[in-house]
Structure formats: structure tokens, C-alpha cells
Design a protein around this ligand. Structure first.
Ligand code: NAP
Ligand code: HSE
Length: 425
């Protein structure tokens, strides 16, 4: 059996998953890859920390030079996260002709182009399956198994924390704060949940998927992002009454050569396959022009699911007989991304207003003047000073809806437009 020496950068959640999988399934992995994989060094910040995993202490180092200067290390597995100093460590590894495996969505989404260029120039490989949807093989799915297709659309639930929170709000009637607290207690949400609940995490992942699916450079700043913090229990309740479920969807669509890239809370019909993806599970729904519609479902985070994707990438490197780099940006284009104002969707709009004659008529007129066509209009029983009105539009340009709502907000009788949620059929 041939031997290969690899290094791990990081021994946190994912690093421990990688270590444990290599211990647990080492025999099978050796048979499948043709290599006996030896972890030669592990970079951590604190070599004395108790990690709840039996790793020989001599493997741990807090000095990256121990790894970069060791020419016998052929693969660097980056599972430490962040940009700085991670980017530098990856570039130095690539320049030393070491293959790289990474789980780092933030780095690939924001600095992918620069890294891929170095990888190509140095004739090595980079694999990053774990960076999107943890254990779900969506990157290889798009890159390899669906390579015969033109991808038309991707809709994903690619953040487990927000899916857990929305599931609790839907199934147990919890409000956002209580559901977030439970997600933190269960270890899904971090102490600072901003990246998850404000949609940053899903936006990074969508940028990676869209770049691969549409073979284009994606500037993360062009991914529209809206989190779930404004979703109220009553929005979920009204959605249910209308046959919808609220999910944080990451959507990438090619509409006549222009891309829509957006992450936002979305109402989807309760019979849609994505509507039944609950708890911390992830799923990615893909439409290709040959394969049609398909959905990949599984665990998007956690030690072993994410470790599964990382070790799968290590095996891919070992199995690959391809000479040179596995990445080529040469056929990538720079597809235009639509502004949100140019996106067409149906809209759920909840507003509070003074309950007096003529108000609903004036709202309807304002919408009509802006070319916004109403599908349904319901006034809920008056509670307190204001009545709640829930209206749903037909498919309309977002720009028109925003303009109409701005004008409606200026009306005396309107208290507030409380929420606007896009609907995808
Ligand atoms: P984590 O638990 O915080 O672990 C990070 C590890 O990296 C720790 O062992 C830490 O060392 C080490 N580290 C961090 N900065 C370092 C530095 N400057 N120098 C040396 N060592 C450093 O993180 P994680 O949850 O495993 O996530 C790792 C990566 O995987 C991230 O890019 C994340 O986005 C991605 N990812 C995670 C999941 C998941 O389920 N957690 C899923 C998909 C992708 P110490 O232990 O000594 O502090
Ligand atoms: N924080 C992410 C989530 C997991 O909740 O899905 C890592 O990608």
C-alpha cells in the first residue's frame, strides 16, 4: 500500500470529524483510495487544549512553518476557517505544489478567483465539497454528475440554523427569540448568530454554487441577502392559512442570460419538496435542461457529515489520475446579475392601518397605479388601535412593488408596512 502524508489546519468541529472518520473507516478508505493516509501534522492555536479526541500530542503544532517546510506532506486540509491567515496558508501550500482541501465557504466565496488562479498556475488541485451544505455532495453533483446540463435554477435551504429556527416557529408556534435560544442550546446556532440569521452564511454558499453552476465569476456583493429576524409568528400563521411554509431560500436563476442571486425568507407551497425539509437539515433543488428537477437532501453541518465531505475530497485527490490542476477559469464568463428591482415575484405584504372607510380602496388604487396586480386582500380582525391587512400580489416587478409601498406608507391612515415576503411557486 502506498503512503500519503497529509496535514490538517484546524482541529475543531470539522477537524475532529476528519480525524474520527480516518480512524473509524481507515481500512475501507485505504482500499478505495489506494493509499494509507497518515496525518503528519495538525495546526491549532492552542496545543494544550483538551479536545475530547485522542490525538498524539506530537502531531499538534501552532507553527505553520512545520507544515509548509515539510516536503513529504502532499495534501493540506484546511478546516480552520476565516480569511486571515488562512488565505496566506492556502496560497503558500499551493505554491509549494501541495494539493488543498478546504471547508471554508467564506474564503472560497470571497477569494475563490485568486486562489483558483494560483491552483491552476501551480498544477495542483483544490477541492471544497464541504464548503456548501456540509455532507451533501452538491458541488461534485454540479461539477461532475450534472456536467451534461445547462443548469437553469438552484433553490436551496443551505443554512441549518435558520431552518431549525423556522421549523420551530412553524411546528411549535415559537417566536423568533425563543427558537433562536433553543437553536443555541442545541449547538446549531453560535453565540453570535449574525452570520446565520442575517443570511451571510447562505449568501457565501449560494455564491459558490452559482459560480460553478453558471460558470461565471460571482461577486459576493451582488448576492442579495435578507435574514429571518423580521419573521414573526403571525407571518408563519398567515402563510399556513394560505398553504405556504416560510423558508430561508437561496435562489440562483438564469433568466434570459442574466442571473438572479438572492437569499431571503420565502413562502413556498407546503407541497413543495423543500417545504418538508425541516430542523437543521439542508436541501438543494436543482433544475437542469437535461436531467429536469432533482433534490439533494441531508445534513449541512456537524462533525461527521462535514468530515465526510472533507475526507471524500481527500480520496478524490488520491484517486485522481488527471495531470495538472482540477480547476480552470478559462471558460468562465462574467454574467450580469439582475438588481432586485428587476426581479419578478409574488409578494405577501402585511400592514397595519387605521380601520376607516376608503383606506383599502386607496391602497388598491396605489398598487394599481404602480402596475401591481393584487391576487388576494384580507383584513384580519382589529386588535388594539390598528387593523391588520394581508395582501398577496400576482407576479410583479419588485421595483414596482417597492415604489407602491413607499407611496402607501406616506398615507395618513397607514401605520406601518410590517413585512414583505416573496413567494415562489
Ligand atoms: P472551529 O470548531 O472553530 O475550529 C477551528 C480550528 O481551527 C480550531 O482547532 C482552532 O484551533 C484552529 N484555528 C483557528 N484559527 C487558527 C489560527 N489562526 N492558527 C491555528 N489554528 C487555528 O471551526 P469548525 O466549525 O470546525 O469550522 C472549520 C471550517 O469548516 C470553517 O471554515 C467553517 O465555515 C467550515 N464548515 C464548518 C461546518 C460545521 O459544521 N462546523 C460545516 C461546513 C463548513 P484551537 O482549537 O486551538 O482554537
Ligand atoms: N452555520 C451553518 C449552518 C453550518 O447553520 O448551516 C456551517 O456551514
Amino acid at each position: 500500500m502506498k503512503k500519503v502524508r497529509i496535514a490538517l489546519l484546524g482541529l475543531g468541529n470539522v477537524g475532529k470529524g476528519v480525524w474520527n472518520i480516518l480512524q473509524k473507516n481507515g481500512g475501507e478508505i485505504a482500499q478505495r483510495s489506494g493509499y494509507d493516509i497518515e496525518i503528519a501534522k495538525i495546526l491549532v492555536r492552542d496545543v494544550n487544549k483538551d479536545r475530547g479526541v485522542k490525538v498524539p500530542k506530537e502531531l499538534l503544532t501552532n507553527d505553520f512553518d512545520d507544515i509548509i517546510s515539510d516536503d513529504s506532506i502532499e495534501i493540506v486540509v484546511e478546516v480552520m476557517g476565516g480569511i486571515d491567515p488562512t488565505m496566506e496558508y492556502i496560497l503558500r501550500s499551493v505554491r509549494k505544489k501541495k494539493n488543498v482541501v478546504t471547508a471554508n465557504k467564506m474564503l472560497i466565496a470571497t477569494h475563490g478567483k485568486e486562489i483558483f488562479r494560483e491552483v491552476e498556475e501551480n498544477g495542483v488541485s483544490i477541492n471544497f465539497e464541504a464548503s456548501v451544505a456540509g455532507g451533501i455532495p452538491v458541488i461534485n453533483g454540479i461539477n461532475e454528475n450534472l456536467a451534461a446540463n445547462k443548469i437553469e435554477e438552484i433553490k436551496g435551504i443551505i443554512n441549518g440554523t435558520t431552518n431549525y429556527i423556522l421549523t420551530k416557529m412553524t411546528q411549535d408556534g415559537m417566536d423568533f427569540d425563543a427558537a433562536l435560544q433553543e437553536a443555541q442550546e442545541k449547538g446549531y446556532a453560535e453565540a453570535d448568530p449574525t452570520s446565520d440569521v442575517e443570511g451571510f452564511d447562505a449568501a457565501y454558499k449560494l455564491a459558490i454554487l452559482a459560480a460553478l453552476a453558471f460558470e461565471t465569476e460571482v461577486d459576493i456583493n451582488n448576492v442579495y441577502k435578507e435574514g429571518i429576524t423580521n419573521i414573526k409568528a403571525m407571518d408563519i400563521e398567515y402563510a399556513k392559512e394560505m398553504g405556504y411554509v416560510v423558508k430561508l431560500l437561496a435562489i440562483a436563476k438564469d433568466v434570459d442570460g442574466k442571473l438572479e442571486l438572492r437569499v431571503h425568507p420565502t413562502m413556498i407551497p407546503s407541497i413543495h419538496p423543500l417545504a418538508n425539509v425541516n430542523d437543521a437539515f439542508n436541501a438543494v433543488f436543482i433544475k437542469g435542461n437535461a436531467v429536469g428537477e432533482l433534490m439533494l437532501y441531508g445534513r449541512g453541518a456537524g462533525e461527521l457529515p462535514t468530515g465526510s465531505a472533507v475526507v471524500g475530497d481527500i480520496i478524490s485527490v488520491l484517486r485522481s489520475e488527471r495531470e495538472g490542476s482540477n480547476i480552470s477559469l478559462s471558460h468562465y464568463t462574467d454574467k450580469k446579475v439582475s438588481r432586485m428591482e428587476a426581479v419578478e415575484a409574488e409578494y405577501y405584504i402585511r400592514m397595519t392601518l387605521v380601520d376607516k372607510p376608503g383606506v383599502l380602496g386607496r391602497i388598491a388604487t396605489k398598487l394599481g397605479e404602480n402596475n401591481v396586480s393584487i391576487y388576494s386582500f384580507i383584513q384580519k380582525p382589529v386588535k388594539g388601535d390598528f387593523a391588520t391587512v394581508v395582501l398577496v400580489t400576482h407576479k410583479n416587478l419588485e421595483g414596482n412593488v417597492k415604489k407602491a409601498l413607499k407611496e402607501i406608507c406616506e398615507m395618513d391612515a397607514i401605520n406601518k408596512v410590517e413585512n414583505v415576503i416573496r413567494i415562489e411557486q
